[in-house]
Design a protein around this ligand. Structure first.
Ligand code: PRX
Length: 630
């Protein structure tokens, strides 16, 4: 297994990857199993956009995740599963067993009518069957669309409809801390508006009483009895879509980001091995849910492509107490631990008494992802979890990039707290000013773009290529635009400064302000709302909602509670507003556009420089809002 082992080598590899990208990426792709190698490496054009890698290649990614490891690693544990309750039984699944389970479930999918190219929605708890379902789709060439189990029936229905899914794979329910959540009931509600779904396959996990709809719902455990563990992988083209994953954008409708098969595989494998410096035998734990890109790339595909042991955790960091992560690390002797800054901050706030009982001496590498990590949290993580012995990789990337883009290589790149450091080999970032001119040299700050494709990049947004172009390639001609601001310091280190568009990162989750507004507006008394972010100690950003009420309601507290319930119902608990202010009007321009800049300032409690308000339709609303600000 080839890996970069020194900073000098990183620099050489970086240089080579920029000078001869096709040769560089071909070399990375060589080590996989291909039915047929590619005819040409790359075809691209950011105007359409059109990006194709390893053109003409034929493969199946599950062969590379599973079959390829069977001879040498058949008896090695592929997935360690840690349940929600610490007293419940851990499961360990070897590569041989995982291979057999994936093949079996792939046959179940076929038995239920699934075929290559079909879209299959997966709405499941963090249990091994979730990974099995994902891989089984890939085995038969069906396109998986995993929806995070915390999303509500409405978000689930929107995603199923957009991808026109024929099958939904789910479970009766999920344990989360002290609660049980009835997933199947949410699916039932969603499916009332999803006529495309002809079949749901239900895994029995919490053994709750659920209703099975005749002719539509079947049990996983029944179906599995009818099939064998032989399933020849479907031959896929390099550019065949592997999956769709929805992400929020600045309009109300989430975008179905489409990833390819070969390019995704090569980028994810290369970054997993190099960033974490994974060594054979390491136990690796990524705490992200498979419903997010981090779970796809660095809990399922990346580790399995590398033949690693990947830990999957069903529970939450604070159950039964705030020491749960650290207890799991000691219990399974975790070597590489990858989590989100928001989790670190919330555990830091609980106090060191939850860390002290644990040794944490198996740890070698720590990682963070999803949002900028503030220096204080970085130091707490370094000192108390890493015991100053573990390099921290602050990995910057996105759903659309599929794989880590800017990050230290563990133990190789000298880190600076709060900096994602340098681009990985093959990645060509550019900082642009507002007019689109590229800023050269160091000590500059601008909008982060990429000027050259990498294998794992987004190919399209499902069913609407124009939207992909608009969202990522139209702002700056010839560049992919991330939506993030970024600084390159005097040493050339990159520091992500945060979003520059209408999406907010709440606890590391990307939420479109328009999406949250749509959910709030479902409340019968609300006529209009405007949502902005404000800095939040634990979550990074919190949600501040300004709402206009139709009939004046005196019971403001219960109205606020109802709004929170409405958002939970229509979007999911992750989108609950932290602050709600009832206002008489919103600051709008004469053309009706809400001036969010003003609302953002007020939400940040900064009334000093609200800019010119004279162009507003009714400047007096600003005074009212200021007076009622929280
Ligand atoms: O704003 C950046 C932030 O997360 C966004 C991507 O979110 P999502 O597609 O949900 O993927 C999250 C997991 C990769 C980015 O546009 N972000 C992600 N990682 C970092 C980050 N911001 C700062 N530092 C990071 N390490």
């Amino acid at each position: 297994m080839k890996q970069i082992t020194s900073f000098e080598q990183y620099q050489q590899e970086y240089k080579r990857s920029i000078e001869t990208p096709e040769a560089f990426w071909s070399e990375q792709a060589e080590e996989f199993m291909w039915y047929k190698k590619w005819d040409s490496v790359l075809d691209w054009n950011f105007d359409e956009p059109n990006v194709k890698w390893f053109i003409g290649g034929k493969l199946n990614i599950t062969e590379n995740c599973l079959d390829r490891h069977l001879i040498q690693k058949g008896d090695q544990v592929a997935i360690v599963w840690e349940p929600n309750h610490p007293d419940a039984e851990t499961r360990k699944i070897t590569y041989k067993e995982l291979h057999a389970e994936v093949c079996r479930f792939a046959n179940v999918l076929k038995r239920n009518g699934a075929k290559k190219g079909d879209r299959i929605c997966i709405y499941m708890p963090m249990i091994p069957e979730l990974a099995i379902a994902v891989l089984a789709c890939a085995r038969i060439g069906a396109i998986h669309s995993v929806v995070f189990g915390g999303f509500s029936f409405k978000s689930l229905a929107d995603r199923i409809q957009d991808a026109d899914c024929a099958i939904v794979i789910t479970a009766d329910g999920v344990f989360r801390g002290t609660k049980d959540i009835q997933l199947k009931a949410i699916v039932d509600e969603a499916l009332e508006t999803c006529p495309s779904v002809k079949r749901t396959i239900v895994f029995k996990h919490i053994h709750s009483d659920i209703v099975m709809k005749k002719d539509r719902d079947v049990w996983w455990h029944d179906e599995i009895q009818f099939v064998s563990s032989d399933c020849k992988p479907e031959v896929m083209d390099s550019e065949d879509p592997l999956f769709i994953l929805y992400t929020s954008g600045s309009t109300g409708k989430p975008k179905g980001v489409v990833h390819s098969t070969a390019g995704y595989m090569v980028s994810v494998d290369y970054t997993f091995r190099n960033v974490f410096q994974y060594k054979d035998g390491d136990i690796y734990w990524c705490t992200a849910d498979v419903g997010w890109i981090t779970g796809h790339s660095y809990l399922v595909y990346g580790p399995l492509l590398a033949g690693a042991t990947t830990l999957m955790f069903e529970g939450i960091p604070t159950f039964p107490d705030a020491g749960r992560f650290w207890q799991v690390i000691d219990k399974h002797k975790v070597n590489i631990f990858y989590t989100a800054p928001t989790a670190i901050r919330s555990l830091e706030a609980m106090g060191l008494q939850y860390v002290k009982p644990y040794k944490l001496n198996s740890l070698k590498v720590l990682g963070t992802v999803g949002e900028p990590i503030n220096e204080e949290a970085w130091h707490w993580y370094n000192e108390n979890i890493g015991k100053k012995n573990c390099p921290i990789v602050d990995t910057y990337w996105q759903t659309e990039t599929a794989a880590i883009m800017i990050s230290p290589l563990a133990g190789i790149t000298e880190t600076k707290p709060g900096f994602a450091t340098f681009p990985l080999p093959g990645i060509q970032p550019a900082l642009l000013d507002e007019k689109g001119a590229e800023l050269s040299g160091n000590n500059v700050e601008g909008r982060l773009c990429y000027k050259f494709p990498w294998p794992g990049m987004i190919r399209t947004t499902y069913g609407n290529h124009e939207r992909c172009k608009e969202a990522y390639f139209a702002t700056y001609k010839g560049y992919y635009f991330t939506g993030d601001g970024c600084k390159r310091d005097e040493d050339g280190y990159y520091r992500i400064t945060g979003r520059v568009d209408d999406v907010i990162k709440v606890s590391g989750h990307l939420l479109g302000t328009a999406e949250v507004e749509n959910a709030i507006n479902e409340h019968p008394d609300i006529v209009e709302s405007a949502v902005v972010g404000f800095p939040h100690d634990i979550k990074g950003w919190g949600i501040y909602a300004f709402v206009i009420c139709e009939n004046e309601r005196k019971d403001v507290d219960s109205l606020k509670r109802e709004i929170i319930q409405t958002v939970t119902k229509y979007m999911g608990a992750i989108a609950k507003p932290d602050k709600i202010q009832i206002v008489k009007g919103l600051p709008k321009t004469r053309s009706g556009k809400i001036m969010r800049r003003i609302l953002r300032k007020i939400a940040e409690n900064d009334f000093s420089n609200l800019g010119d308000t004279s162009t507003l339709l009714d400047p007096s609303v600003v005074e009212d809002i200021k007076a009622g600000a929280q």
